[in-house]
Design a protein around this ligand. Structure first.
Ligand SMILES: [Ca+2]
Ligand SMILES: [Ca+2]
Length: 167
């Protein structure tokens, strides 16, 4: 008898995950303020500036990618579904502040300018920013993340009463 040969074919499955590398852009804050009254979850935040995406960026799309704001370790995530508008003119408006995680971000506006950079405005209310309470100035990094694009700037805030201001 002829021996039968059993051939086992092993098919290696290859999973290819295409993740575009992150691109770091440039954040230029013009003005920032934190109002920090005594007590928890009662703080206000205002940030205004400009965002330039990094070279090689594939653009941003907040209505699909959401938005992250990090203030030296204090992170707020905004849901993509909270953004409205047309490409290049997006707005997140939530007077309750309950839509962000954690609560506290009430408004974000991103508008493209002629030079391709974005004008950025962020407002918060009843946020928990007690970690920045104190009597002296603080260096705080402001970082924004939209999909695979991010940008950060270290800001020397000065103390005004309980509040922090830049410049
Ligand atoms: Ca407070
Ligand atoms: Ca992108």
């Amino acid at each position: 008898m002829t021996g039968s040969t059993s051939t086992t074919t092993t098919t290696a499955s290859t999973t290819t995950t295409t993740t575009l590398p992150g691109v770091t852009g440039t954040l230029t804050i013009r003005r920032a303020q934190m109002k920090l009254p005594d007590g928890p979850a009662n703080d206000r935040l205002t940030i205004r500036g400009y965002l330039a995406l990094g070279a090689g960026s594939d653009g941003i799309d907040p209505p699909h990618e959401g938005f992250g704001l990090v203030l030296t370790g204090v992170r707020f995530d905004l849901p993509a579904t909270g953004f409205t508008g047309i490409p290049g003119r997006w707005r997140y408006r939530d007077p309750s502040g309950a839509g962000s995680n954690p609560d506290g971000i009430t408004y974000v506006s991103l508008r493209v300018r002629r030079d391709g950079t974005f004008k950025l405005s962020i407002k918060g209310r009843n946020a928990e920013l007690s970690t920045f309470d104190g009597t002296t100035g603080r260096n705080i990094q402001v970082r924004v993340e939209i999909g695979n694009d991010d940008a950060a700037q270290n800001l020397p805030f000065r103390r005004s009463g309980r509040d922090l201001r830049y410049p």
